[in-house]
Every structure is written in C-alpha cells, then in structure tokens.
Design a protein around this ligand. Structure first.
Ligand SMILES: Nc1ncnc2c1ncn2[C@@H]1O[C@H](COP(=O)(O)OP(=O)(O)OP(=O)(O)O)[C@@H](O)[C@H]1O
Ligand SMILES: [Mg+2]
Length: 281
C-alpha cells in the first residue's frame, strides 16, 4: 500500500481581485487535479517556479488547507471529508517545516519550550521536567547542544533556527516531514549541513521527506524522486536522475539551465567543506 495515493487533487482560492459587491467571491483554481503517489521512506523533491503551486500542494496534502476536489489516501484512509476532530490523530504523523523560521518560532518562548510545546499539548509528557529532558534530547538529535534550550529564537543563526524547527517537527515522532524552502537564503555550507541532517533523520527513522525547493541542485543532491510543477499541474514525476538527465518538458530543461552556478555537480552536498565551528550552523 502506498503511504499517499493522491488522485485529481484540486485547490481553489477566492479571487478577491474579481470580487463584486453583493455577489459571491469568484474562485480561482490554483491546483488543477494533480495525481501522484508517495511510498513510505521516499525522499521527493517538489520543484517549480514561484507560484507554480508547490506550497499549495504540500498544504493540501497535509489537509492544512481546503481542497475543492479529488482524493488523498493516507495509509489506506481517505483524508478528504474528514473533520478536524477525525484528522487530529493523523496530524501528528505528518509535520511541516517552513522557510520563515524567524516568524514560525514564538519569540517569547525559549527554544526548549518551543520544542516541548507539542509534547505537552499532545499529553506525551507527564511533568515539566520530563518535557524539558525530551526537548533537550530532540534538540541534540537536530544537532543543537543542551545550552541552546535556554535561548530565544532571535539569539540563533538562520541555520540554528531551522534546526529548532526540525527538532520541534520530530517531537511527535512523525512518519512524514514536509520541508518548505527551509534552506533558501542560507550559506551553501549551512544548506549542506541541514540537508545532510534531514537525510540522516529520514534514513534513521524511516521518515518520508517531501522537500520543496526552487533550487534544483538542492533536490538533486537530496532526493531520490522529483515532482516538477508548473502553473498548478505536475509536469514531470520520476526518479531524480532520470528526470534531470532526460527532461520531457522544455520547462524542466529551462529550470535545469537556471540552476544557480556553480553547484551543478550532484555531489556538491557531500563536497561542501563542513566548517569546523564551535556552534552548529
Ligand atoms: N491563500 C491564498 N489565496 C489566494 N491565492 C493563493 C493563496 N495561496 C496561494 N495562492 C496562489 O496559488 C498559486 C500557487 O501558490 P503557491 O504558494 O503554492 O506557489 P509556490 O510554488 O509555493 O511558490 P513559491 O516558490 O513562491 O513559494 C499562486 O498563484 C498564489 O498566488
Ligand atoms: Mg511556496
């Protein structure tokens, strides 16, 4: 059985630009009936130009936004039509990490509390001491030492903030992690460290990783499979090396040509000099 079996998934948003007084807001479709499958433990890159529907697809898949048609089967269970109450036990099995970790992390909470929060709200710990210990353990898994648990998000580097996001996402021991542009804007060496961390966690824990990135070199280095999106459709879907070597679409060829140089070598992630520093990036 596939972990995800998605058929003809559609998403529409209210088109406020075309709103007329006393008329219902017209809808605009941004995901046009996409179908794909995800196997347990897959690492799948989702690429495509800005506005092609990558984040919309990910959010719809995790039922974080409304869908207007189609089917999402997760481990044999149809997600479309489930109430929020029915979704609750499924939610902890799928986690999403966003790019903008600065605003995703509560500025008033220490890093330890941010990571402990899902444990507490899901009743997975019995005392605050246990929550603290578990948070430290999760931070260490994400490559941050105990001392980070007392800091605030603004006292961290961009890469360290993303590690907090990863630690928090791991708290509920999910089966699926969606990472939406989590390395963009970071130094190449920091990107490589974060991607290696995600890949290691995926392998160690048998996680499924959906990695959204506009940077094809990131996907090429990290993901076995790739989905290429354009204008709300999936235009290519297959093994990363096959898609990148024999792109069917002119669009994919164009995206490939636009790979930021000089990181065209698919092994760049393993070659990047990992700087020895006192603190993890
Ligand atoms: N809440 C919303 N309301 C209306 N339109 C939306 C909403 N969210 C996304 N869209 C539209 O849906 C389309 C796809 O957006 P989406 O954010 O999925 O693109 P993306 O591929 O993730 O782009 P980027 O690489 O810039 O993050 C865009 O045209 C966008 O304007
Ligand atoms: Mg996006």
């Amino acid at each position: 059985m596939m972990q995800f079996d998605v058929k003809s998934l559609r998403v529409s948003f209210p088109d406020s630009a075309r709103k007329r007084l006393f008329k219902p807001v017209p809808m605009i479709e941004v995901l046009h009936g996409v179908s794909f499958q995800v196997a347990r433990g897959d690492s799948i890159g989702i690429v495509g130009e800005s506005g092609s529907g990558k984040s919309t697809l990910a959010r719809a898949l995790l039922r974080l936004s409304e869908t207007s048609g189609g089917s999402i089967c997760f481990e044999g269970q149809e997600l479309i039509g489930l109430s929020e109450h029915e979704l609750r036990p499924l939610r902890r099995r799928m986690q999403i990490i966003f790019q903008d970790s600065q605003s995703a992390l509560n500025p008033r909470l220490t890093v330890g509390s941010i990571v402990a929060e899902p444990l507490i709200s899901n009743g997975l710990v019995k005392s605050s001491a246990q929550a603290r210990d578990k948070a430290v353990e999760l931070l260490e898994l994400a490559g941050l030492s105990e001392s980070f648990s007392k800091r605030y998000a603004h006292q961290l580097s961009g890469g360290q903030r993303q590690r907090v996001g990863i630690a928090r996402a791991l708290a509920l021991n999910p089966e699926v992690i969606v990472a939406d542009e989590i390395v963009s804007g970071l130094d190449v060496s920091v990107q490589a460290q974060l991607l290696q961390l995600l890949d290691k966690l995926r392998k160690d824990r048998g996680l499924t990783l959906l990695l959204i990135s506009h940077d094809l070199s990131v996907v090429r280095a990290t993901c076995e499979k790739v989905i290429v999106m354009r204008g709300g459709d999936i235009v290519e879907n297959g093994m990363t090396n096959e898609v990148f070597e024999h792109p069917h679409q002119k669009y994919t060829q164009r995206l490939l040509r636009a790979i930021p140089l000089p990181d065209v070598d698919p092994t760049w992630i393993h070659r990047v000099q990992l700087e020895e520093s006192a603190e993890p990036a």
